[in-house]
Design a protein around this ligand. Structure first.
Ligand SMILES: [Zn+2]
Length: 432
């Protein structure tokens, strides 16, 4: 049970910890995908010094003793000390694929799914409810969802628009993401303009809607400067390869990075398109074939696998995680948190599925939830590792062995979460 306790000190000293810094992987040159325990940067009997939202020291307590003494001697600065009691400290987790800002849960569709019936509401219902919501209602929903994610260890979350699908509504979603990002206890939010998510009810032709996206919605989005990426749902029966290419090329020309829902429900050419566009990520990939895997490896595109979606939909086909890693594709994991196909907000649950269903090792799973997603979000130096001078987002687990991460299925072994921001006091949410 995570209760809330803030430590509003400007400086924080974490002692008696086993810190998994992920620094060797974060500092590795090139695009090699292999990860083993030596890449994790594990420091036992460790201390970690945080000031002004940044790591000022991390290493063995004995090696940092002078720095800690100096740190504690400063009389006019409030310092909190957190005794981790031997527990594992990880970089805050990075969720590289979510649709966490929505109104319109679809519980009745869940019941249809269980009964083997076709869901009645579909994404159209979420679009209708998100369009109809007031700004306060939209913010309240986003705040609630992001708090769930944070309390389970997520300190940076990519969040996609795409539940309004018109210019004012998409701009409102992006404005809400910027406001959520600046909240005092929110995970950091990386905004993605997922304009080619679905066909809105007032359109009956995908090509016409792509015209609308490129001509009327994207210019406003790009001018706002909030969205960092564009994203398309490239799938048979939805946005074709040609339509996705047209939209994403326009996004790239407007200065956005490219992400892509690729080969989730069919072998639809999404991975090849992601490689062609040198996308930052190709996501899902349940049906990617050998040609697609090779293309992703050659382009350096990061795979983002979403095993909770397959579990919720009870899909027979899983992404070929081992083939991707062995072919040299850096492979990240994400929740895909959304009301229709993945009501999962916990990366701990995703870690368990990755290990049990996809065959990832503990080291590969940690890389997939820290450094790899951070790189896919253009945030290698801002998230996913604990390094001197870099932001100090971290989580404290209830366990002392990093291999237990992803072993427990369900529940929450995160004891404390620090979402640190430069210029703001340290803020710790913890079961203390
Ligand atoms: Zn998605």
């Amino acid at each position: 049970m995570v209760t809330t306790a803030a430590i509003p000190a400007e400086r924080l000293l974490v002692v008696n910890a086993t810190v998994v810094t992920m620094a060797p992987l974060a500092e590795r040159e090139g695009t090699a995908a292999c990860v083993d325990d030596a890449d994790l940067g594990i420091v036992r009997d460790a201390a970690l010094v945080v000031a002004d939202g940044r790591v000022r020291g991390v290493g063995r307590y004995a090696d940092l003793s002078h720095e800690i003494a100096r740190f504690q001697r400063q009389p006019d600065v409030e310092t909190a000390t957190y005794d981790a009691a031997g527990a594992v400290v990880l970089p805050g987790l990075v969720d590289a694929h979510t649709h966490a800002l929505f109104c319109g849960e679809r519980v009745s569709d869940f019941e249809s799914l269980i009964a083997g019936e076709t869901p009645r509401l579909g994404i159209g219902y979420t679009v209708e409810r998100t369009r109809a919501a007031g700004y306060g209602e939209l913010m309240a929903a986003g705040t609630r969802h992001l708090a769930w994610m944070r309390d389970h260890g997520t300190t940076t979350a990519e969040v996609k628009s795409g539940y309004a699908l018109d210019a004012p509504g998409e701009m409102r979603m992006l404005a809400a993401m910027a406001d959520l990002d600046s909240g005092p206890a929110s995970p950091h939010v990386v905004a993605t303009f997922c304009g080619a998510h679905a066909l809105p009810p007032e359109f009956h032709d995908y090509d016409e809607f792509v015209d609308e996206l490129c001509r009327h919605i994207l210019p406003s989005v790009a001018a706002s400067g909030i969205a960092r990426f564009g994203d398309a749902f490239c799938e048979r029966g939805y946005f074709s390869v040609q339509q996705s290419r047209r939209f994403l090329s326009a996004c790239a020309a407007a200065g956005l990075g490219v992400r892509l829902h690729a080969d989730e429900l069919n072998q639809s050419g999404g991975a090849l398109l992601a490689a062609e566009l040198r996308a930052s990520s190709a996501d899902h990939l349940n049906f990617v074939d050998s040609e697609g895997v090779s293309a992703l490896a050659a382009s350096g595109t990061i795979a983002v696998l979403c095993p909770a979606t397959g579990e919720y939909l009870d899909l027979a086909r899983r992404p070929p995680a081992r083939q991707l890693i062995e072919a040299g594709v850096r492979t990240a994991l994400a929740t895909d948190f959304n009301p229709g196909t993945s009501p999962c907000f916990s990366l701990q649950r995703v870690a368990h599925l990755a290990r049990r269903r996809l065959g990832l090792s503990a080291a590969e799973t940690l890389a997939a939830l820290t450094v790899w997603p951070a790189i896919s979000l253009g945030a290698r130096d801002a998230a996913g590792s604990l390094r001197r001078g870099h932001p100090a987002d971290l989580i404290v687990l209830e366990v002392g062995d990093f291999r237990e991460f992803g072993y427990y299925d369900g529940g929450n072994i995160v004891r404390a979460v620090l979402v640190a921001r430069p210029g703001r006091p340290a803020f710790l949410r913890a079961s203390i």
